[in-house]
Design a protein around this ligand. Sequence first.
Ligand code: ZN
Length: 743
Amino acid sequence: MQFGKSYSSDRSEFSLMSTRRQVITGAIGALAGSVASPAFAASEPQPQGEWKTPPNWFDKPMRWAQLVFTEDDPGNYDKNFWLDYFRRTHSDAACLAGGGYMAFYPTKIPLHYRSRFLGDRDTFGDLVQGCRELGMYVVARTDPHAAHDSLAKAHPDWIAVDASGNPRRHWANPALWVSCALGPMNFEFMTEVTKELVRMYGVDGVFSNRWAGSGQCYCVHCRENFKVYSGFELPRTKDPLDPARRAYLEWHEKRLFDLWKLWDSEIRAINPNARFIPNSGGGALSELDMCTVGEMADILFADRQARRGVMPPWGNGKNAKEYRAGMGQKPIGGIFSIGIEEPYRWKDSVQRPEEIQLWAIDGIANGLRPWFAKFNGKPYDHRWLKPVEDLYDWHYQNEYYLRNTESLARVAVVFSQQTARYYGGEQASEKVENHIKGFYQALVESRVPFEMVHDRKLDSASIDRFKTLVLPNVACLSEAQCWQLVQYVKRGGSIVATYETSLYDEWGKRRENFGLSELFGARFEGAIDLRMQNSYVHLEPPHPLLNGFSGTTRIINGVSRVHTASVGGETAPLTLIPSYPDLPMEDVYPRVPHTNIPAVHLNEFGSGRVVYFPWDIDRTFWEVLAGDHLTLLRNAVLWATNEEPPVRMSGPGVVDLAVWRQKDSLTVHLVNLTNPMMMKGPVREIIPLSGQLVRIRIPGESKVKAVHLLVAGSSADYKVAGKYLEVRVPSIAMHEVVAVDLV
Ligand SMILES: [Zn+2]
């Protein structure tokens, strides 16, 4: 195959201001290259002096910096060190600690505790001024979740109360109290703090951390307000089917949205272009409805700062997809920490450079704007500074190609907060999120670019851009949602669903039959096996679902299964081999070698295709990571989608793949996750991938003008064949971005 260089044409259009730095080694060096473009002036400096927040400023900043002071920072930290760092990182927005639990400015509000080191200083105001002189947007950070004795003595009713009726001491600092988020502490006191910060400093927004409470509160205000709202006493159970618990979940959410609206309206009354920015949001397990969040917020940030437990680096990109499902193309950022995020909370720690960068890069690849979070203005460990600076500099130089207008993915994974709430309850991580994670991992390994979709956004405007929707145990679906999915398939969409999808209504009540029975071509037979031991699935070829299986007639089953029967009575390419003893070894042979019990239901419905696995293949994959399950999940998505993907990539390794449109270009992000410790996430060394071939479908009537590799900082070898562009990527260290200029 011949690849011709064609980058030389129109090269003059690129302001090659980017300096090709000397390549060091490994990750940091890999970030050195760049292809700059005229549009990177997007972060144009604001005039100094009197700052006026421009309308719709939210989309302007691309790189965020956060500094949260510790009490002893005033008078002891080096302001100019930070301003210089903000300048060198081309950070165009900052989030700085203002007040709430502790004030770093001369507040006039009674009981607003000032840092003991503040004296006559205005530490917050001085840094705001310095940022303004750099042309940065500034958001004040507040945190109302804790209170000192002085405040608790004056207003004992502002303190959170536990189920036994005792005021709550702070879990991490027992000298303090936990405040109630739903009472006067937030609705009155923090409203005054918020107004004062906007009035005194003209900040562009107020970002509140831990504003939504720290567990259920039983204080007098919560008791009375809930009684007025619902007629119930506060629930003592977490059972989501309990009427009081269900009312509580609704009331709790409404109360937080009321608080958001109050703060936002008070901010806008002083500075009409400023906003309240809650530190909230997420996927299925999020406590606030992400559709409402997406309607209310003009800008939002995902606060998942680093890996914790088992969390591959795609964990950060997943945030982007979840937020976008509610927010659309509104700007979203990803808050990343420079330290270790485990339950022991070593807040002054520093990860290895490659790990900091990889986490942030996977977010960037999936559409997050980076936001580094640093606590304490007197850093002990300086090893993070250069890696973050290098990454931000690369981001700045390539900003033109990072202002995405739409994802070109054709597959989307549906997530359902109502399923997590009313079906998952306290086991939502296991029963809901682990299905999503399993499918997510399978799609990453399969190099299928994909988005995520909120189950309350199943209207045609939201989902018709996808060919296939994946429903990983989306158990709770209303009649209306089921109808939307049926219509989607009738319009030509396809579905891959698993386990108990649609077997419950939107409040978690089990149905007699699947809400999607018609689509599945299957009916519920009334029983669920929660724990199968040593069960298998018999393969009945030929079928595209079984591609890649040779040398066996059976593979392992999952752990749980729904009893189903085929409505049409067709034979399935997968059938159940029931459990049989796994000990003593002499007894380990199948008592029933063959059944007609389907382990998959396939249905063609108009031009749409439906694959339904009546078992927990995705959850089991997350737990066991069996290659056979990966093959089945991949084949299911490929068969259902039944079209040429927007991008194909061949070559070794695990790569998180994302494909984007910008105004006049298209990008394919390739994030190299290949790492023997990928699932836990530490990075000891970067293992480069060589010989990757990327085949991109050229959108619409566009023509390819030039192709660049944004990390290598070079033009690319490519050729156009019909509607496809083939690009050779000789080597990927941590990541590469193929950028295609289109005309
Ligand atoms: Zn309360």
